[in-house]
Design a protein around this ligand. Structure first.
Ligand code: NAG
Ligand code: NAG
Ligand code: NAG
Ligand code: NAG
Ligand code: NAG
Ligand code: NAG
Length: 436
């Protein structure tokens, strides 16, 4: 991809970005060509005669395949429709964000068990708590843990579908979106963990983070190692600290200045779960030959491993993700790609950094300060948690309980892989039992 293409890419609506990356990398399969770069999504749909799928959805649906009802369920309904309990809580962070958190008090047939250990699950970039309940009961981590006798909590990071609320700010304001994973680590992570401990009456819990869910834990636990006393064991699935070696096409954007990206994408939310995405999930994914497209719109940032993915569940995944994050969050990853350093957000100039941090460059996170026990699980083919970055992380973890590499796996196999239960979740549960 050359600079000219990157620029033409940026001057269209943000969702089309993904679409155009698709045309660059995988487009040939669908017949998209270079000349389509610059087209708006609706023009592209017309051009490729895909629009015919759009009206079908609302009108003559006798002809179309039945959609899985889970496509339109929210996290609460995904649990309750299967007979699981789900309590929704709102957790306020120190900087005023109102986060949606779910508690699954017990499993299908074990209401009686008392004194359940607590397991907290935290999703990654552009995702939500639905990540842990969108596969079958025997394949989704939240269901499996609840049925194994654990009390399960699931967090939602600021800015995602369920956590677009703030005590004083509104998502229409730039200020609402002025954060990255720094703030998730500093505010969201401790607020949600303290809340879960308070309600459950426990002093410590097991934490399972995926992707950005691991980043926030690395941040809090390195800045404030004493917080680690609340974490019995931290399971880091697809751990993300340094990102200097990522394969994700998102890295192409790092050639641009942060200011240029802000000018185009604005200082707001990146890829919210919106109407366009609903329409795509409802319609395009029904067509067999377009399944590939759906897989890639979603998997293009995080990579894909189609052989380990249940294709008939794609509409469910796609309607729940991408679920929104801030443009600043994305830019923080691009900064990390450029620098190869795990450090705070760079405000762009020595003066600005001086203002926020009292030093001209962003302070680094020192992962070696973490005292909590950590178990790392990483895929050999992960586009966002690359083996080279993981190799930098491993020697820094003082209390390393396990490092488990899963061959072939990419970033999203940890939540949606058909073999996630056998390859990872069973090991997680065994390690919980071995570390009471
Ligand atoms: C899911 O939808 C139901 C019904 O509209 C609502 O009561 C519930 O609060 C929603 N859950 C979340 C987490 O937003
Ligand atoms: C659960 O509790 C009910 C009544 O409280 C009791 O009849 C049943 O035997 C208990 N089941 C187990 C597995 O302990
Ligand atoms: C879960 O159950 C389904 C249907 O019963 C089965 O096809 C699948 O192989 C099971 N998955 C695992 C990981 O056991
Ligand atoms: C814990 O719960 C109690 C009662 O619900 C509440 O008053 C208190 O503020 C909570 N503390 C924290 C740290 O959430
Ligand atoms: C794949 O998803 C479909 C639809 O939800 C389900 O019926 C089937 O059992 C799933 N297959 C596996 C192996 O999980
Ligand atoms: C990072 O923390 C470790 C452990 O506390 C310490 O030995 C090391 O000096 C720290 N490194 C930096 C650069 O501060």
């Amino acid at each position: 991809m050359n600079m000219h293409q990157i620029f033409s890419l940026l001057f269209v609506y943000k969702f089309y970005l993904i679409f155009l990356w698709l045309s660059e990398t995988q487009g040939k399969i669908l017949g998209f060509e270079k000349k389509h770069v610059g087209y708006k999504l609706d023009q592209l749909l017309v051009k490729k005669n895909l629009f015919k799928y759009v009206p079908v959805m609302k009108q003559e649906c006798t002809k179309c395949p039945r959609l899985d009802p889970e496509v339109n369920m929210n996290v609460t309904q995904l649990l309750t429709s299967k007979g699981y309990p789900c309590e929704d809580y709102t957790v306020e962070t120190k900087d005023g964000f109102l986060l949606s958190v779910q508690r699954v008090a017990h499993g299908l047939n074990n209401k009686n068990i008392t004194n359940r250990p607590v397991v907290f699950l935290q999703h990654g970039l552009l995702c939500t708590s639905t990540n842990w309940v969108t596969n079958l009961i025997n394949e989704s981590l939240a269901f499996i843990l609840a049925d194994e006798g654990y009390e399960v909590w699931m967090g939602n990071s600021r800015g995602n579908t369920y956590s677009r609320r703030h005590r004083t700010l509104s998502p229409d304001q730039d200020e609402f979106w002025a954060w990255s994973w720094d703030e998730m680590g500093e505010y969201d992570f401790p607020a949600m963990i303290d809340f879960a401990l308070n309600v459950s009456g426990k002093t410590s819990l097991y934490y399972v983070g995926h992707s950005q869910g691991t980043t926030q834990a690395f941040i809090q636990l390195s800045q404030n190692p004493e917080f680690g006393e609340k974490i019995k064991l931290f399971f880091a699935l697809a751990p993300v600290a340094t990102v200097g070696s990522i394969e994700s096409p998102i890295r192409y954007l790092s050639a641009l200045k942060d200011e240029t990206i802000y000018e185009v994408l604005k200082r707001r939310d990146f890829l919210p779960s919106n109407r366009i995405l609903d329409i795509l999930a409802d319609t395009v994914c029904r067509s067999k030959e377009l399944r590939f497209l759906c897989a890639n719109v979603l998997f293009l940032i995080a990579g894909y491993d189609t052989s380990n993915l249940n294709n008939s569940r794609l509409p469910v995944y796609i309607n729940h993700t991408p679920a929104g994050c801030s443009v600043q969050d994305l830019i923080h990853y691009l900064q990390g790609y450029r620098s190869g350093i795990f450090r705070k957000y760079d405000y762009g100039s020595a003066e600005q950094n001086e203002k926020y941090y009292g030093q001209p460059t962003p302070p680094q996170y020192n992962v070696s300060r973490i005292t909590a026990p950590v178990a790392l699980f990483y895929g050999a083919n992960d586009w966002l948690a690359d083996l080279k970055d993981v190799a930098l992380l491993i020697p820094k973890i003082q209390n390393l309980k396990a490092k488990i590499e899963i061959p072939q796996w990419n970033h999203l196999d940890f939540i949606w892989g058909e073999n996630a239960a056998t390859k990872v979740y069973n090991t997680v549960i065994q390690m919980i039992k071995d570390n009471p």
